[in-house]
Design a binder for this molecule. Structure first.
Ligand SMILES: [Zn+2]
Ligand SMILES: [Zn+2]
Length: 350
């Protein structure tokens, strides 16, 4: 194959129609796709490259739409007749195409359209049981061993063609996600949280867009996961002082959704967000109110000390921590050890 063929396959990357179909099935990759130019290097999240996933399926969709090569559309139709969804059928073909793309990228070889189209002819046919001396299932009239047997071994279709899972356990276990159809919005919810985590390193705005989308999706479809989605967004706001105003709005919503007992943690978050929004006085008032409403919640005192230390009031922080540590045995272990570690930090700095 010559370089012209190699060029043709890259050209399909920019075909908007094919890409649009695939991004509609993976809406959680859309923002990443749009922002990919701002990010360094290949985007690999927990070992998965969502851009490559979408690209490969988009090339297949373009091949089907343009009927070029015609074997792609024929295989696509054949797989659908066997009961596969559009997305899954596209995923099967994409799995065949992917090793060719790797060869182009890594080995700098040109695209081998000949082998690819021969592989496409085998897709959806039961060539596993064909004898070596029987007629080749590709329809060539040659013996299988002299025709497609050597390339059939490369046809490894993944267990879940088309499905994109970039992580698990933020909202759902991997087992559960693996049993969902590839277009499931729960997979999209999970994926967005992992994409946001990835983006937070160098693209906080992108991470923010993703976590906002998850709040909207949870509101629409997963009310039982709304608190989780709001927590993720609030955490991002807590990590980035410039987002403290949005964090306070999210915090209001969280406080309105949870029980009296659960509110105590979010009220400490609120104080932290108030301080980040340049209102340390309000933050301190919030802590006074927390101590009054939850007198046994010792961890709030540790968090208050943490806040004071952060705003250069380490002497006051130290007093609070010492008072906590004098109550060893009476206060819970987490509070005790957190207080001890912070006190050591403060002493080291001074
Ligand atoms: Zn053949
Ligand atoms: Zn897919």
């Amino acid at each position: 194959m010559n370089d012209a063929n190699a060029y043709n396959i890259w050209e399909t990357f920019t075909d908007e129609a094919g890409l649009a179909v695939v991004l509609d099935e993976h809406p959680e990759v859309r923002t990443l796709w749009e922002r990919r130019g701002k990010l360094d290097g290949p985007i690999i999240i927990n070992g998965v490259n969502p851009i490559l996933h979408v690209l490969t399926e988009a090339i297949v969709e373009t091949q089907v739409q343009n009927d070029d090569p015609p074997e792609a559309k024929a295989a696509f139709n054949r797989l659908q007749k066997q009961g596969l969804s559009l997305h899954t059928a596209r995923g099967v073909i994409a799995a065949v195409l992917l090793p060719h793309i790797f060869n182009i990228i890594k080995e700098k070889t040109s695209f081998n359209n000949n082998i690819y189209t021969r592989q496409l002819k085998l897709l959806g046919k039961d060539f596993g049981k064909v004898g070596r001396n029987e007629r080749c299932p590709c329809g060539s009239d040659k013996k299988y061993k002299k025709c497609c047997l050597p390339i059939a071994g490369d046809l490894k279709v993944p267990a879940d063609p088309g499905k994109l899972i970039v992580g698990a356990n933020f909202y759902s276990s991997l087992d559960y996600l693996q049993n969902l159809p590839p277009d499931s919005t729960l997979i999209q919810l999970e994926n967005r949280a992992h994409i946001a985590e990835y983006l937070e390193e160098g693209d906080v705005e992108g991470a923010l867009l993703y976590l906002r989308e998850n709040v909207e999706l949870a509101e629409r479809e997963y009310q039982n996961l709304l608190v989780n989605a709001l927590q993720d967004l609030q955490l991002l706001c807590l990590n980035h002082p410039e987002l403290s105003e949005e964090g306070l709005n999210i915090n209001d919503r969280l406080i309105s959704l949870v029980s009296y007992e659960e509110k105590k943690v979010y009220r400490c978050d609120k104080a932290e967000l108030l301080a980040a929004a340049d209102d340390l006085e309000k933050a301190e008032k919030e802590y006074e109110a927390i101590f009054e409403d939850y007198p046994d919640y010792d961890f709030a005192r540790y968090r208050y000390a943490l806040l004071l230390d952060k705003y250069d009031r380490s002497k006051e922080a130290e007093r609070i921590l010492r008072a906590l540590m004098e109550r060893e045995g009476e206060i819970d272990d987490e509070t005790y050890f957190s207080a001890q570690a912070l006190l050591e930090d403060i002493n080291r700095e001074n």
